[in-house]
Design a binder for this molecule. Structure first.
Ligand SMILES: *Cc1c(COP(=O)(O)O)cnc(C)c1O
Length: 398
């Protein structure tokens, strides 16, 4: 397939998200083609042999690679500045694959403690069973990274901003600490989105996404991706990926390609609306605390200024009246829906203590700042005036 003509100048993100990675079939279709095929045929036995030997380029089997999936990978590589990538069936497949492919029994993983619950399960339980030790620390505390890293630490792992309290971790500083013992830094960049934070440019070795969130952004399908340098993927992930099969379906890759076309617009709009809603929440006497990466009063404001180019479409806030108040607020919302998802066109509210973080011990929850009155709001694409009116009415009910 002919590759889309590339320009001499690097494409700006909005342009790359419309054209990046596009290849066209002989029909010259405008929109990316959807190749729903498991396999590929060869002109001759000799051609099949050459393809398997890697002497001739081309696709072999969709568990390895598929033209539609590859377009999604290449578009993400253009956005992220990555040398190579592998798209996965979900965000968790991306996280599990990125970590599992590089560790073996006797290795150690050092991770920030404020993690998506399943990420912690993969590190502590799944990799723990395979003989990989792990330590969880406060990711904002650079001394904790320094004092807990070991000669056998193979990978460091963090999310930033974190779920749900939107703490921001200094990626460049953690990368330097990881590299001091030859460990890789893997960053789950879901909450920042590829628009506002570039972990590879900050020194991280691997970036993972749940494409289920802002990249689809319209609540349709699951997906994920692991991005890194060409060398890292070749050495660590290439064979592991082919043989374990966490591959993304071409159909979902096509949906996600369409999602990427509007990602810059959606994230910009959702973030602008979130900033206004954060102001409204901060001004309310019912709210004791607002955590929003775009605000000057964010505890990690200095790090945010250094490594992020935008705020967030997510807001966390604590209601003074605890759980009862948080439930009254959620139930009073009419436009904002109650859901544990995020990054969607529809605004969504979550009560972490009773849903996404209910399995944590109360003392761990308290340590992470997840109080009974804490709510996480994912701001969507509705008219901000409607959202403000919905939030104000709910505050009055809280
Ligand atoms: C949702 C999410 C994941 C998991 O992604 P799925 O697509 O649901 O598997 C991992 N990390 C973070 C930070 C997430 O928000």
């Amino acid at each position: 397939m002919p590759q889309e003509t590339t320009t001499k100048r690097p494409l700006r993100p909005a342009t790359a998200m419309v054209h990046g990675g596009t290849t066209r079939s002989g029909f010259g279709e405008t929109s990316e083609a959807l190749f729903l095929t498991q396999g590929f045929v060869y002109d001759s036995a000799e051609a099949a042999e050459a393809r398997f030997k890697g002497e001739e380029p081309g696709f072999i089997y969709s568990r390895y690679a598929n033209p539609t999936t590859r377009m999604f990978e290449e578009r993400m590589m253009a956005l992220e500045g990555a040398g190579d990538a592998r798209a996965t069936a979900s965000g968790m497949a991306a996280v599990a694959t990125a970590l599992q492919c590089q560790v073996q029994a006797g290795d150690h993983i050092l991770a920030s403690r404020a993690l998506f619950g399943s990420c912690r399960y993969v590190i502590e339980t799944v990799l723990g069973r395979a003989g990989v030790a792990s330590t969880f620390i406060d990711g904002r505390d650079l001394d904790a990274w320094r004092s807990n890293i070991r000669p056998n630490t193979r990978a460091c792992f963090l999310e930033s901003p974190t779920n749900p309290t939107l703490e921001v971790i200094d990626i460049a500083a953690v990368a330097e600490i990881a590299h001091s013992v030859g460990a890789t830094l893997v960053v789950d960049n879901v909450f920042a989105t590829p628009m506002f934070q570039k972990p590879l440019a900050l020194g991280a070795d691997v970036v993972v996404y749940s494409a289920t969130k802002h990249i689809d952004g319209q609540g349709r399908c699951l997906g994920g991706i692991v991005l890194s340098s060409q060398e890292w993927i070749a050495e660590n992930l290439h064979d592991f990926f082919r043989h374990t099969g966490p591959s993304l379906s071409p159909f979902n890759a096509w949906v996600l390609l369409k999602g990427l076309e509007t990602l810059p617009l959606r994230v910009a709009q959702q973030t602008a609306s979130a900033a206004r809603i954060a102001e409204c929440l901060a001004a309310s006497p019912a709210v004791s605390r607002v955590y929003y990466p775009g605000r000057e009063d964010h505890p990690d404001a200095a790090v945010i200024k250094k490594q992020m180019t935008g705020g967030s479409s997510l807001i966390a806030f604590e209601l003074k009246g605890g759980k009862a108040s948080a439930f009254r607020f959620s139930d009073a919302l009419e436009i904002v829906k109650i859901s544990n998802n995020l990054g969607d066109a529809k605004s969504l509210i979550t009560h972490p203590a009773t849903t996404t973080h209910k399995n944590l011990k109360p003392e761990v929850r308290a340590d992470l700042g997840i109080g009974d009155g804490l709510l996480r709001l994912s701001v969507g694409l509705e008219d901000v005036q409607d959202l403000l009116e919905d939030v104000e009415a709910a505050l009055a009910a809280a």
